[in-house]
Design a protein around this ligand. Structure first.
Ligand code: NDP
Ligand code: PYC
Length: 343
């Protein structure tokens, strides 16, 4: 495909153009068609929803990860029905997206049958945001949680050496007739991808995001990447990061962020490990009363928004509407770097 015309610092692309670019580049990087499609969709979703750190920028990351041999480009995930409310998908070293696609219908069916169910994705390479997955479960009328460790980049509160990954936690709540209430947050002060974007743009990072290799506070993105990132909310983010390590690591028989980084062996590829998803069917607790109780939550959302505060994901949904209508603006420098990958 041809790149869109140069119109200055950024280029406007339709979502179909973003999708075609991502698929073409991922295929060229070596992913088979099914993986390329599934991975491209999460990049399209990132650009569409104004989450640049998990959009097309990730083509640069996947180029490196695939070239380093740290992802199986044609992996066939395998699902195992381990218990009435549990399902496990072994991604066989491939990207997580296809493993989630395979596990999702089983998770939904089990949640509906048991009221609550969990899906463990094992042995997967993870570079993506978690909100697309919890949103997909909310679209089925379920309450959803998702967790994944990454690489040990983040120091515990009070420490200076990386132990935790950026370890996101995502939560979704279905809302009748509207987009679900979703938050998806790294337990670090910010996602690592955001610091990488600051480094690429030569921009300083705010204080509180990272420390340099000597453990001193820094506003230099490269120094923070070389040193350690910090948790959000001090000891509170640190505790939540530890929880993610435990429940999406040893609890599901998969790696901690320290183990993932050790397995990476200096390749600087995307994290390898597991993800835990939990789905709850409101009807499990509430039976026929589920609809009425779900509706009561709307009073809380109204109370938040009526005082001028915004709901998490509100920015994303607004960006989504804009992107669908007007396309998305992609930095020219990023497209140039993606183009360079093709040479
Ligand atoms: P942010 O800090 O930007 O946002 C975190 C959440 O808070 C979002 O749901 C956001 O909604 C919401 N939010 C932000 N500002 C406000 C506000 N003023 N009022 C109410 N809600 C608000 O994201 P992070 O940097 O923590 O994480 C970014 C992404 O990186 C996540 O999607 C995460 O999954 C991904 N990630 C993935 C990792 C992996 O290993 N796969 C590791 C780490 C991160 P909104 O989006 O609408 O702004
Ligand atoms: O931005 O921290 C991050 C990240 C890690 C893995 C995927 N995204």
């Amino acid at each position: 495909m041809t790149m869109p015309a140069d119109t200055g610092a950024s280029v406007t692309m339709t979502l179909d153009e973003v999708r075609a670019l991502a698929r073409t580049v991922l295929r060229r990087q070596g992913l088979n068609a099914r993986h390329a499609e599934a991975v491209a969709e999460t990049m399209v979703a990132g650009e569409r929803d104004g989450c640049a750190s998990h959009g097309l920028y990730r083509l640069l990351v996947s180029a490196h990860t695939i070239a380093s041999g740290n992802v199986v480009p044609d992996a066939e995930p395998v699902a195992t029905d381990t218990a009435p409310a549990l399902v496990r998908v072994d991604a066989k070293g491939g990207y997580a997206q296809l493993a989630f696609e395979l596990g999702k219908p089983l998770l939904v069916e089990k949640a509906r049958r048991c009221g609550i169910a969990a899906l463990a994705l094992n042995n997967c390479v993870h570079f993506a945001a978690l909100w697309p997955e919890v949103e997909a479960l909310c679209d089925e009328g379920l309450v959803a949680l998702a967790f994944t460790p990454s690489h040990a980049w983040v120091a515990p509160a009070g420490g200076t050496r990386p132990v935790f990954g950026t370890n996101p936690i995502a939560f979704g709540w279905p809302r009748p007739g509207r987009e679900p209430f979703v938050f998806d947050l790294a337990t670090s002060a910010v996602a690592r991808g955001e610091i990488e974007l600051h480094r690429r743009a030569g921009r300083a990072i705010p204080e509180g995001w990272g420390i340099d290799p000597e453990g001193r506070p820094t506003t230099d993105a490269a120094e923070a990447l070389a040193g350690a990132m910090l948790t959000f909310g001090g000891h509170k983010g640190s505790a939540l990061a530890a929880m993610v390590e435990l429940i999406a690591g040893p609890l599901i028989g998969d790696m901690t962020s320290r183990e993932s980084l050790a397995a990476d062996n200096g390749a600087k590829a995307s994290p390898l490990g597991g993800e835990l998803l939990i789905a709850i069917d409101p009807a499990g607790f509430l039976g026929a009363g589920a609809e009425e109780h779900i509706r009561r939550a709307e009073a809380m959302f109204d109370e938040i928004t009526s005082q001028g505060a915004r709901l998490p994901s509100q920015r994303r949904y607004e960006a989504r509407r804009r992107s669908v209508a007007e396309g998305v603006r992609i930095p020219r420098v990023l497209l140039d770097d993606i183009e360079r990958l093709r040479k």
